[in-house]
Design a protein around this ligand. Sequence first.
Ligand code: 13P
Length: 259
Amino acid sequence: MRRPIIAGNWKMYKDMDEAVQLANEIKRGAYRIDNVEIILCPPFTNISEISEMTVESNIGLGGQNCHWEKEGAYTGEISVAMLKSVGCRYVIIGHSERRKYFLETDEIVGRKVNAAIAGGLVPIMCVGETLEEREAGKTLEVVKTQVTGGLKGLSADYLDKLIIAYEPVWAIGTGKTATPAQAQEVHAMIRKLLKELYSEEFSYSRRILYGGSVKPDNVLELMKEDDIDGGLIGGASLKADGFVDMIKITSSLYAEKGE
Ligand code: 13P
């Protein structure tokens, strides 16, 4: 069975004091849970502090973005090595907000995935269609292009820790969640595509997260779907109680499944 992941993407929220408090509450609330991989992706400025607080805990840390070069004159950017040096194990790549506001293309996403792995981080590569694309019946085509483009030229061995997050753009921050069936359809398509591109084994072992208005009251139904292996959560990850609830709900579900 694939180990489930509950990841919080804090986006551009929380100053240092707020972040420390939130991380502390999550750590306290989730400290007994060992069958869910818990990941927090705070703003860059807070990672170091949270890293010290979560050393030897069941919480892993991730960046929300990275640059593809090792270092250089790239004002305002953060390298993979910098993220590693403050305790990150993961990095979100190609989030739809990065694609939309910072014009990240599949080619850039691919370069970042490559850089993350080369530097020892686990990439969480995001894909997802806009509302117009869904309404035009292009969901599967769009997601297929994003997955194929982001992984172009990279081998299965190289990608052995890759995590994919399916986040339909129309469901992000809108309160409009994809139904479990809508999400499952795309997750199954991604898994099938990974089998075609790589192998059955690679496809089977990949974790594919769903993101887009995941909340305590819809997380269970989403996590019950065969190809949904966790959640990448924005708004609802900013309150400790709700986030811990989602971890616990997922933990109980997988405990029942025999994880
Ligand atoms: P919301 O959970 O706020 O919809 O955001 C999802 C997301 O973008 C996580 O990366």
